[in-house]
Design a binder for this molecule. Structure first.
Ligand code: HEC
Length: 262
């Protein structure tokens, strides 16, 4: 290999960098401009990792090409003629790195981020009252009386109302609006059942699960959970829970969500 030939081309290191940058830009153009679908940063990192690895493999395929690739770096480190550039680089690079680290380590004064899903996906089945309940099939055993025996249904709703006033209004409020006397001191706040975003969106089986197992029954993926919602299976019977559910829907005038269209 003659020195002349090497000098006549772009240095291999620069070539490699240009290829990597070119592929990066191509990705951006294809995804952002042509497809109109921005590519997720994590995916981009993965793609670029393979691109860099691939380019490195190609550019170091023979010993000769490997030597050419690192030649500028090697020269910088041991060529006596490059002493000044070397000193500058060895000062600038650490300064740059420390600046980046310093900038990234800036403490944030924002409250710590708590990503909480208000209605986490329910498990397929739950354990309560020493039994397993299949939440996909579970139904309120009293719901049928709404049509079959309206008088009996009114009684059940009234009984549910008693359960509610004795146990739930302290937090969820006597108007079911989440504004009970304890509500101010709680975080997360007790839910407002009048809001269309709560029970109107849910099936009765979901409510049964949430009432029976409370805050501690929430799935791990919904953490950090610091919900004060009590575990009502410790204090109420299954029947009382179903009745209080009837009351929640009746008082708010909402319909539980169900699979079949009514
Ligand atoms: C100590 C306060 C407190 C009491 C008493 C309480 N709750 Fe709650 N409840 C909460 C809090 C706080 C939440 C919101 C956080 C969560 O979902 O766990 C909640 C959530 C709920 C939810 C979930 C609603 C949804 O949209 O996901 C239901 C249903 C519920 N409560 C029903 C009841 C019933 C029925 C009673 C009485 C038997 C009751 N709660 C008593 C504090 C309470």
């Amino acid at each position: 290999m003659t020195a002349q030939k090497t000098r006549s081309r772009v240095p291999r290191l620069l070539q490699a960098v240009l290829v990597v940058v070119g592929i990066y830009l191509a990705f951006r153009v294809i995804f952002d401009v042509i497809l109109g679908q921005p590519i997720p940063a994590s995916l981009m990192v993965m793609y670029m990792f393979f691109v860099i690895a691939g380019v490195f493999m190609v550019f170091t395929f023979t010993e000769e090409s490997a030597r050419e690739l690192v030649a500028p770096i090697k020269a910088l480190v041991d060529d006596p003629g490059k002493k000044n550039i070397r000193n500058v680089v060895f000062i600038i690079v650490p300064l740059l790195v420390s600046a980046i680290v310093y900038y990234k380590m800036q403490p944030s004064l924002d409250a710590p981020l708590e990503l909480r899903s208000i209605h986490p996906a329910p498990p397929a089945s739950v354990k309560a009252f020493g039994k397993r309940f299949d939440l996909t099939k579970l139904e309120n055993p009293y719901r049928k009386f709404e049509k079959q025996d309206p008088e009996k249904f009114r009684e059940l709703v009234a009984e549910g109302g008693v359960v509610y006033i004795q146990n739930c209004q302290y937090c969820h409020g006597d108007k079911l609006d989440g504004n009970g006397p304890y509500a101010q001191g709680l975080n997360p706040v007790p839910l407002n059942f009048q809001d269309v975003g709560t029970i109107a969106q849910l099936q009765e089986s979901f409510l049964f699960w949430r009432i029976a197992t409370g805050g501690p029954g929430l799935p791990k993926e919904a953490t950090p959970w610091i919900s004060s919602m009590p575990v009502w299976q410790n204090f109420l019977s299954e029947e009382e829970i179903w009745k209080v559910i009837l009351y929640l829907y009746d008082y708010t005038g909402r319909r539980p969500r169900s699979w079949e269209h009514e």
